[in-house]
Design a binder for this molecule. Sequence first.
Ligand SMILES: Nc1ncnc2c1ncn2[C@@H]1O[C@H](COP(=O)(O)OP(=O)(O)OP(=O)(O)O)[C@@H](O)[C@H]1O
Length: 361
Amino acid sequence: MGVPIVQLENLNKTYGSFIAVNNLNLQIEHGEFLTLLGPSGCGKTTTLRMIGGFETPTGGSIYVNGQDVKHLPPFKRDINTVFQSYALFPHMTLFENVTYGLKMRKVPKVEREQQALEALRRVQLEHLKDHKPRQLSGGQQQRVALARALVNNPRVLLLDEPLGALDLKLRKEMQVELKHLHQQLGMTFIYVTHDQEEALTMSDRVAVMNGGNIEQLSTPEELYEVPQTRFVADFIGDTNLYAGGVLGVEGDSVILNLFNQRVHVQKKQASVTPEQKVYLSIRPERIRCSAQTDGEVADNQLTGIFEERVYVGSFVRQIIRVCESDERITVLETAHQCQHFTPGERVAISWEGAHGVLLPA
Ligand SMILES: Nc1ncnc2c1ncn2[C@@H]1O[C@H](COP(=O)(O)OP(=O)(O)OP(=O)(O)O)[C@@H](O)[C@H]1O
C-alpha cells in the first residue's frame, strides 16, 4: 500500500486540563470516504479542524500525502472544508461566490470562469449561476458551499456536519448526492457527523469517537454486526445489552450465565475465561418471539411475559420481560412476520448463538 493521503500520529488537543482529542492514530487512504462519528463533545470537530489547519494540535503530527503539514496554514494544505454554516457572501451571485477563492489566488480570469462553471455543474446549479444565495433553498445553498470547496480541486475535502441544517427528507437526498459526487470525483472525503445512520449510509469506513478516543474503526457493516465495545454496540443502532458471566467454553461456543440461564454465544472475542464478567449484545431484529408451544428450538430459548407491541410502520417493536427477572428484551419483526400476543401472555424468545456478540465488561 502507498502512502496514506492523511495520517494522524498521536494527535492531541487539550484545553487546560481537559483532553478534547487523546493521542489519535489514524490512516486515511486515497479516495476513501471516512467518517468521524460520535456524540456531541467527543472531539470530532476538533480533529477535523486540526486536519484543516484551523486549530493547532497540542501534540502529535498530521501528514498529508506524506508531508508534515504542522506549519502550513489552511490554504496551503491541499485540503478544503465545507462547514455546516454555508458562509456564502450574500451580495454576490453564485458564480461570484464560487470564483472568489480563485480570484484571491490570482488564477487567470478565463481559467477561473471555466473552473467555477465546472464546479457549479457538478452540483447541478449551473443554471442558477446568476442568482444570489437568498434566492436559493437550504439544500441549494449547501451545494454552492460544496462547489466553492470543490473548485480548488483539493486532494481532501473535509465536511463538518454539512447537512446538519437541512430537514430530514432533503438531508437524505443530499446524502445520496454527496455519495455520488464522491464516487465521481475520486477525492478523499473526511466527514463529521453525530448521525449514525448518515455515517453508515455514506462511508467506506467509520471511526467511532468517544471522549477524545477512537473506540472502533471499521466498515459500516462490521460496526453494526461486530461492535467491539459496549459504547459502539449501544451507539450504533438499537441493541439488547446485558451483563453476564462466562461459565465455560464448549467447542465454538461460549456458555454464559444470563438471567440465571445458560445461553450459547458463538465465540467472537479472542479469549474468555470462566467467571469472567462480560456483556452480550443481541440486535432486536435477530430475535424471534413465538408461542411457547412452537416445536423448533434455536440455540437459545428463554421464556418471557409479553408486555407491549408498538407498531412502527415498516416493523413492529415487541417488549418482553424475561421470566424470573426484571430484564426486558426488545424484538423487532416485520408486521407480516409477527404474531399477535396479548400483554401478560407467556412467549418464547429465541436467537442463534452466532447472532450474539460478546463484549468486554
Ligand atoms: N476553544 C475551546 N476551549 C475549551 N474547550 C473546547 C474548545 N473547543 C472545544 N472544546 C471542548 O472540546 C470537546 C470536543 O469538542 P468538539 O467540538 O471537537 O466536539 P464534537 O464531537 O465535534 O461535538 P459537536 O458534535 O457538539 O460539535 C468539547 O467538550 C468542547 O467543549
